[in-house]
Write a protein that binds this ligand. Structure first.
Ligand code: FRU
Length: 497
């Protein structure tokens, strides 16, 4: 049974989505079919394809009452839209179907676990969003909401838990066939934490424990938690709101946080060993992971951030795209992220320049483009006298440029998209402290029409930024203050079939 609200959304997106020409969209990143997109939801492999749902307002390019958009892909790069999956059409989710996740049931159906939002009137006449966890079950196209929704509400919270900040369930199947889920929450002081729930069948749930708590360290409310095993460690990923900066590790505003640790064998308690940012750039938030059939842990994030959304001009018919899916691993206790290897299938027109030594400004034959996979290996041209600064500039013409620079003495990589078409006074630069020895560094830069994702030292740090630069600005140039030697390999990324 499909509600009128969902039928209307499906009808609208089908016609309005067609009006956006292909070249106005990213080449291989998923963008919203029409209107507005935020968080990835329900990222999963189901019936032979990856499914990716997303926070969705089809009716305008601004956030409003959330639906779930839906797309599928065989290779994580070519996406095909399916009709919207969920609409705010019941009492318990009338003000929005917020973020959630997906799992395959033993009978082959797909279960979606999401946050239903319904505004509650307060004694002073104002309203607050009551947030409860709800289920919809379907076949990969159509989903029916569960008759016993909501399945988790304020009665399942620890005593001091906020019923207005209780959202974004991430479900997973345990080895014994039962289910777990983590949900974002905060206490009376808005201090964030991740709650862990358990279920035998995926439908009826019980509170298990507070899995990880902020204790005032990283921002306030914690949104969009994820919890999984990776390379023998336990990993918690969350997106804290209202962060204060800490050195070069965490920046102000909405951030991303990765906690790596172990679960105590007796008590089940998660014991933190390490914390770090997930992405050190400007536009990345609310990531979610899934397990690929071949065992890879793959993460995808919203390639925007609440703090920088206004960089977008409001006259676009669409707003919101996903990051490139990234393969995760742990090395030396740190989270490592690499572009999914499927991207190599889009590579064409290899251009290679090896052992190029230069100072000042350099352009290289065949090195241009806006959909590009480029690897740069840097070393000093003169080991006795290490260069002071290196930069690569792209999406460049006389007016525009986006740049990634590296200062070996400080060990700082900086992304700067000040000259990338934004007309708003929001953050346009961000820096990250990276590992370097004697001026050596590798950068892998993936450009799509509206974005740059920069993987430093084979994924030790990643910096993501969207760009609004006109497509004609497709120049790439290099800059060195001092003498730099580098190898550059560049491919065009061609996604048209
Ligand atoms: C994170 C978030 C989630 C929420 C959703 C609403 O970006 O705030 O916590 O479920 O967006 O669209």
């Amino acid at each position: 049974m499909i509600s009128q609200v969902l039928r209307d959304a499906r009808k609208y997106e089908e016609t309005a989505g067609k009006a956006i020409p292909e070249e106005m969209r990213p080449g291989f990143h998923l963008s919203t079919r029409i209107g507005w997109m935020n968080d990835p939801n329900g990222f999963s492999f189901y019936n032979g394809e990856y499914h990716l749902f997303y926070q969705y307002n089809p009716y305008s390019s601004h956030w409003d009452t959330m639906h779930w958009g839906h797309a599928v892909s065989k290779d994580l790069l070519h996406w095909r839209y399916l009709p919207a999956a969920l609409a705010p059409d019941t009492d318990y989710d009338r003000d929005g179907c917020f973020s959630g996740s997906a799992v395959t049931l033993p009978d082959g159906r797909q279960l979606l676990l999401y946050t239903g939002v319904a505004k509650e009137t307060q004694p002073d006449g104002g309203t607050c969003d009551l947030q409860r966890q709800c289920i919809a079950v379907g076949d990969g196209m159509d989903y029916e909401k569960y008759a016993k929704n909501p399945v988790l509400d304020d009665t399942d919270l620890p005593k001091d838990g906020s019923r207005y900040d209780f959202r974004d369930p991430k479900i997973f199947r345990k080895k014994d066939g039962s289910y777990g889920c983590v949900v974002g929450n905060c206490d009376e002081n808005r201090d964030g934490r991740v709650l862990l729930f358990a279920s035998e069948d995926g439908f009826s749930w019980r509170f298990e424990r507070i899995l990880a708590a902020n204790h005032g360290r990283f921002g306030k409310m914690w949104e969009c938690p994820d919890f999984f095993e990776l390379d023998g460690k336990q990993v918690v990923i969350v997106s804290p709101q209202d962060m204060l900066p800490q050195g070069f590790e965490y920046h102000n505003g909405n951030g991303t946080l990765c906690l790596i640790g172990e679960c105590d064998k007796e008590t089940g308690e998660f014991v933190e060993e390490h914390n770090q940012s997930v992405d050190y750039g400007i536009d990345f938030y609310a990531p979610q992971t899934t397990l690929a059939p071949d065992g890879r842990r793959i993460m995808i994030g919203w390639m925007q951030n609440w703090d920088t959304c206004p960089a977008n001009s409001s006259d676009q018919p669409w707003f919101g795209q996903m990051s490139l899916p990234r393969e995760l691993s742990i090395q030396d206790g740190r989270l490592i992220q690499k572009p999914v290897r499927e991207i190599e299938s889009l590579r064409q027109n290899e251009v290679r320049h090896e052992n190029i030594t230069f100072t000042d400004v350099l352009r290289l034959d065949g090195v241009t483009g806006r959909r590009v996979d480029m690897e740069i290996k840097l070393r000093p041209g003169d080991a006795e006298n290490i260069y002071r600064k290196f930069a690569v500039r792209f999406a460049q013409n006389d007016v525009y440029q986006t740049s990634v620079s590296f200062r070996p003495y400080e060990g700082i990589v900086k992304v700067d998209r000040k000259f990338s078409g934004s007309r708003r006074a929001v953050i346009h630069q961000r820096r990250s402290q990276v590992r370097t020895e004697g001026g050596r560094l590798t950068l892998r830069i993936i450009l799509d029409r509206f974005s740059a994702e920069i993987f430093v030292n084979d994924g030790e740090h990643v910096l993501t930024a969207t760009m609004y630069t006109e497509q004609a600005a497709d120049g790439i140039s290099f800059f060195a203050d001092g003498q730099v030697t580098m190898d550059v390999v560049k491919y065009d990324l061609v996604s048209e079939r």
